[in-house]
Ligand binder design. Structure first.
Ligand SMILES: [Zn+2]
Length: 476
C-alpha cells in the first residue's frame, strides 16, 4: 500500500465520525461570528485527536487553531463552519420546506467544508504518527466567511505568517481545482440621520433619512454604467426607518457590498459610492455616517500546489453513488431551472460539459488548466491567506449539477450521503496533497517562489482599516 492509499484508508477509518460532525454542524446552522457550538465541537474533536487547541484568535471568540507536531514544514488546513440566515430547510428532501420559517441553513455547505478540512488534518496526523514524519499540522477554524471575512482579520493579526502552505476546498457541483482569481470586496454601512416629523401635519419640518437611502441607491445605479464591467455592486436596506409611512424617517441605513478583481479597483469604486452617499445627504438635508464593515482580497493562485493537487485528485478518483442517491439527485435537479443548469454547465470546458450532459451528479474530474479558467464571480477571504502563504483549493462535487450556491437545494443535499462523499473525497485529496508536499520540500520552496513572483512589488496590505474590529459595526 502506498502512502496515498494509506491516507485514503485513514480518512475512511474515521468516516462515521466525520459524517456525524458534519451533520451536527448542519443542524447547529450558526451564522457569522455566532458559530459557538460548531467551533466548540470542532475544538473538542481536535483535542480528542491529540491536537493542542488555542481559542479566540484575532479578537474572534469562534476563531481557533488546533496544532499537532513540531518544526517545519507548517501545513495549514482551513476550515469554515458558518451558515446563512433565511435558508432553513429540511435535509434530504426535494421540496422547499423550511425547518423553521426564516431560520438559518447551511446554504454554502460550510458544515462539509469545515469537517472535510478536519478529516484531512487528522488523516495526515495519523500518518505522521504511523511513519514518524516531521512537521506541524494546523487546522485553522475560520469563522464568518459569509459576510464577516474572518480570515482577513486572522491574516491581519499575522496568524498565517509562519505557515509554509495552506490548503482548503469548497463544496460545489463539479470536481476540479479551484484556480484563477476571486473578487476583492469591501462591505460598508451608510447610516443616514435626518429629523422626524408628522408626515402630513409638518412634513416641511422633517428631513427624511429614507429619502437619502433611496437617492443614494438611484445614484449608484447610474454609476454602474461607468465602472469596469467585472465589478459588482450590491446593497441591502438594513434599516428603512420604521413601519410608519406617516412619520418622516429620521434614521435609515443601507449596507453596500462592492466587488472587483483587484483591491485598488474596489477602493476606487468605494470612493465614488461614498461621494454619492454624501450627495444624497446634501440633497435631503441629512447627515451620513460611513462605517467600514469588512473586506477581503483577491485570490492569488498557486500553480505549483494546484498541479500536485490535481495529480493527487486523479489518483484518488471519484466516489460511486448508489441508485437511490442518484434518484434523489435527479429529483433535486428537477427543482432547478433550465437557466440554472445552463449557467453551471456553460462555465465548464466543452468536453466536460458534453460528458455531463443529462447527468445529475458530476462523475468526472475536470482537466486542470490554470490559464483558461475564468475568474470566480464571487469573493472569499481565503484570498487574504493566499497573499501571505502559498494556497491551493479544490472543488469537490457535493451538489447536483446546476445548483446555485446559497439556495435551499444546497442546504437539503448538505445533510445527505451524496454531499458527505464529496466531503470525504476533499479530505483525502487535501491530506494527500499535503503529504506529497511534505515528502518533497523542493515543491514547498517552489510554491513560495511562485507566490513571490506573482506578488512582484505588491506587499499584503489588509483591506480592512486598522481600527475596524470583527463585527464591531453590526447594530444588533
Ligand atoms: Zn462558501
Amino acid at each position: 500500500m502506498n502512502d496515498l492509499q494509506k491516507i485514503v484508508q485513514l480518512v475512511e477509518e474515521k468516516k462515521d465520525k466525520w459524517v456525524d460532525v458534519s451533520k451536527q454542524i448542519w443542524r447547529f446552522a450558526e451564522t457569522r461570528f455566532e458559530e459557538v457550538q460548531s467551533a466548540a465541537l470542532l475544538c473538542e474533536v481536535l483535542e480528542s485527536e491529540g491536537f493542542e487547541v488555542e481559542k479566540g484568535l484575532a479578537d474572534m471568540p469562534t476563531a481557533f487553531v488546533g496544532s499537532y507536531g513540531s518544526g517545519s514544514p507548517v501545513i495549514a488546513f482551513l476550515g469554515e463552519y458558518d451558515a446563512l440566515s433565511g435558508l432553513s430547510q429540511e435535509g434530504g428532501t426535494a421540496d422547499p420546506s423550511p425547518i423553521e420559517q426564516g431560520g438559518n441553513g447551511h446554504g454554502c455547505g460550510h458544515n462539509l467544508l469545515g469537517t472535510g478540512s478536519l478529516a484531512a488534518a487528522v488523516a495526515l496526523k495519523d500518518l505522521m504518527v504511523q511513519e514518524g514524519l516531521p512537521g506541524t499540522i494546523r487546522y485553522y477554524g475560520c469563522p464568518a466567511e459569509e459576510g464577516g471575512s474572518g480570515k482577513t482579520y486572522m491574516t491581519r493579526a499575522g496568524i498565517f505568517d509562519d505557515v509554509d502552505f495552506a490548503l482548503c476546498w469548497h463544496p460545489w457541483s463539479t470536481n476540479e481545482i479551484f484556480t484563477g482569481n476571486s473578487l476583492a470586496n469591501y462591505q460598508i454601512y451608510y447610516r443616514f440621520k435626518g429629523k422626524s416629523a408628522h408626515a402630513a401635519a409638518a412634513p416641511h419640518l422633517g428631513r427624511s433619512a429614507l429619502d437619502a437611502v433611496e437617492l443614494m441607491n438611484v445614484g449608484v445605479n447610474y454609476l454602474r454604467e461607468h465602472i469596469i464591467p467585472e465589478a459588482r455592486v450590491h446593497y441591502a436596506i438594513t434599516n428603512s426607518g420604521g413601519f410608519s409611512p406617516n412619520v418622516v424617517q429620521a434614521e435609515a441605513e443601507v449596507l453596500y457590498l462592492i466587488r472587483a478583481p483587484k483591491t485598488p479597483q474596489v477602493q476606487e469604486i468605494y470612493e465614488r459610492v461614498c461621494n454619492i452617499a454624501k450627495g444624497a445627504a446634501l440633497m435631503t438635508g441629512t447627515e451620513v455616517e460611513i462605517v467600514f464593515d469588512k473586506a477581503c482580497s483577491n485570490l492569488i493562485p498557486n500553480t505549483t500546489i494546484e498541479t500536485k493537487m490535481h495529480e493527487v485528485f486523479n489518483e484518488i478518483g471519484l466516489p460511486d453513488y448508489s441508485e437511490e442517491e442518484l434518484a434523489f439527485a435527479q429529483q433535486l435537479q428537477a427543482t432547478l431551472s433550465q437557466a440554472d443548469i445552463e449557467n453551471d454547465m456553460g462555465k465548464l470546458p466543452k468536453e466536460v460539459a458534453d460528458q455531463l450532459k443529462g447527468k445529475a451528479m458530476a462523475d468526472v474530474i475536470n482537466p486542470y488548466n490554470p490559464d483558461s479558467t475564468p475568474s470566480i464571480f464571487g469573493s472569499t477571504d481565503v484570498g487574504d491567506v493566499s497573499w501571505v502563504t502559498p494556497t491551493a483549493q479544490l472543488f469537490g462535487a457535493c451538489w447536483v449539477l446546476g445548483t446555485p450556491a446559497h439556495t435551499w437545494q444546497v442546504v437539503s443535499i448538505g445533510d445527505t450521503s451524496i454531499a458527505e462523499k464529496g466531503m470525504l473525497l476533499a479530505g483525502k485529496v487535501m491530506a494527500g496533497t499535503a503529504l506529497e508536499m511534505l515528502k518533497q520540500p523542493e515543491l514547498i520552496e517552489k510554491s513560495k517562489k511562485e507566490l513571490k513572483e506573482r506578488l512582484g512589488d505588491n506587499v499584503y496590505k489588509c483591506p480592512i482599516p486598522d481600527h475596524i474590529i470583527p463585527a464591531s459595526n453590526e447594530k444588533n
